[in-house]
Design a protein around this ligand. Structure first.
Ligand SMILES: Cc1cc2nc3c(=O)[nH]c(=O)nc-3n(C[C@H](O)[C@H](O)[C@H](O)COP(=O)(O)OP(=O)(O)OC[C@H]3O[C@@H](n4cnc5c(N)ncnc54)[C@H](O)[C@@H]3O)c2cc1C
Length: 373
């Protein structure tokens, strides 16, 4: 089949690999000018490990393994470690793999079969005849047109394909009441030491080391779902306001670093909930269909199992895409429900709402026998 995949992130590249190796004619369209290889370490867990193994990429993925989460310590106002996360909660099992998002994207891109076409700097503009017999008529932003047997929307949380199929993001978005912000710390010494988190009520500030550098990490509770993601100055202001009156540990210095960072990044923790992930000849995979939010630690795993199930079911259904999409959804749905339900514990652990909750969290972690902080 001739298949258009929108998005060259984890879900899109995994789909291209899985479908391309099964003999389909794949074009991937990515709106960025090149592969996007930024991001913190992400996790590959549970059945997503098998998905990577079936792609023949497990050894290569393991080669890039990092162990950032294991070395997280919670510190008090003086920087003294007071608790750590038990290993049993860092991962589901010893087989879980933590690696830089960019490394996974590169591994997947390098493994694309010959014949997969990557179109950068372009994006789906419109989809016609999605529910028809003849194929989907696609218009790209560049003006390029084509007819495809199937269209896969793997274009992330703010998916354009989803908008075209099911309407605007606001209809499907569930704000989880927390924001995440990241800023580079170019002057941080390379200690190679622990990754530190300091809490004040409803907020965390931290310093994480990965990829040869250091990053300031912030999370803060806010019920406002509407901080404009296209307004970095407004986002920096919102971060400063969120930490107003808090000067303990390294908070002022880390806020200054955020203010100075031209690549400052801020995102709400939001989930996408849809009753179905397919319409006619189009289907959604990954964050586009079922973003679970970074708090779940499972978004990448969902993208990988989703790509696998979709490709396997298309093969099994012998070209009956409607049957294949329905079966894909049946197999993937339990993973999505589990991941989306798992976020609240993560939020309360990392961003406790009150001083009492912070003390109770630290006490519980120490009682859980996580070892010396
Ligand atoms: C640059 C970046 C950094 C990230 N950093 C982190 C992180 O630090 N921690 C974390 O937990 N998760 C992060 N994520 C999200 C994480 O990668 C996903 O939750 C997970 O891997 C599922 O992947 P996905 O392919 O569904 O979505 P994504 O990884 O978001 O990939 C979507 C891809 O589609 C592209 N795209 C978007 N809109 C269009 C369009 N209209 N047309 C064509 N292409 C489009 C994007 O550029 C991207 O390449 C990041 C995502 C990106 C894109």
């Amino acid at each position: 089949m001739k298949i258009l995949v929108s998005g060259a992130g984890v879900a899109g590249l995994a789909c291209a690999r899985e479908l391309g190796t099964r003999g389909h004619d794949i074009t991937v369209v990515e709106h960025a000018p090149r592969l996007r290889v930024t991001g913190t370490p992400i996790d590959i867990r549970g059945d997503a490990i098998e998905a990577v193994e079936r792609m023949g990429l497990l050894a290569e993925v393991r080669r890039h393994r990092v162990r950032m989460s294991e070395s997280v310590r919670f510190v008090d106002a003086d920087g003294t470690p007071v608790a750590r996360i038990p290993m049993s909660e860092v991962s589901d099992s010893d087989d879980d793999i933590e690696l830089l998002r960019g490394d996974l994207v590169r591994v997947l891109a390098d493994a694309l079969p010959a014949g997969v076409t990557l179109r950068f700097d372009d994006a789906v503009r419109s989809l016609g005849n999605v529910e028809g017999e003849r194929g989907v008529d696609v218009l790209l932003a560049s003006g390029h047109t084509g007819r495809y047997d199937l269209v896969i929307g793997a274009d992330g949380q703010h998916s354009v394909v989803r908008d075209l199929l099911f309407g605007p993001e606001e209809k499907h978005l569930r704000h989880l009441g927390v924001y995440l912000a990241l800023a580079a710390l170019p002057d941080e010494p390379r200690t190679g030491g622990a990754n530190l988190i300091h809490n004040v009520p409803g907020r965390m500030a931290g310093v994480f080391h990965y990829g040869g550098g250091a990053v300031a990490v912030f999370q803060f509770r806010s019920e406002r779902p509407d901080l404009d993601r296209h307004d970095p100055e407004g986002q920096k202001r919102a971060l400063r306001e969120a930490f107003e009156g808090h000067r303990s540990w390294r908070i002022p210095e880390l806020l200054a670093a955020a203010h100075a960072d031209p690549d400052f990044f801020l995102t709400p923790a939001g989930q996408i909930h849809l009753p179905t992930w397919h319409l006619g000849r189009a289907a959604l995979v990954g964050d586009a269909g079922y973003c679970a939010a970074y708090l779940s630690g499972r978004g990448t795993s969902l993208a990988l199992t989703g790509a696998r199930f979709l490709a396997e079911e298309l093969e099994r259904a012998g070209g009956d895409h409607a049957l294949a999409f329905a079966r894909y959804e049946t197999r993937q749905r339990p993973y999505v429900d589990f991941a989306q339900d798992s976020v609240h514990g993560g939020r309360d652990r990392i961003v406790p709402a009150t001083w009492e909750d912070i003390a109770a969290r630290d006490e519980a972690l120490r009682a859980a026998g996580a070892g010396e902080p």
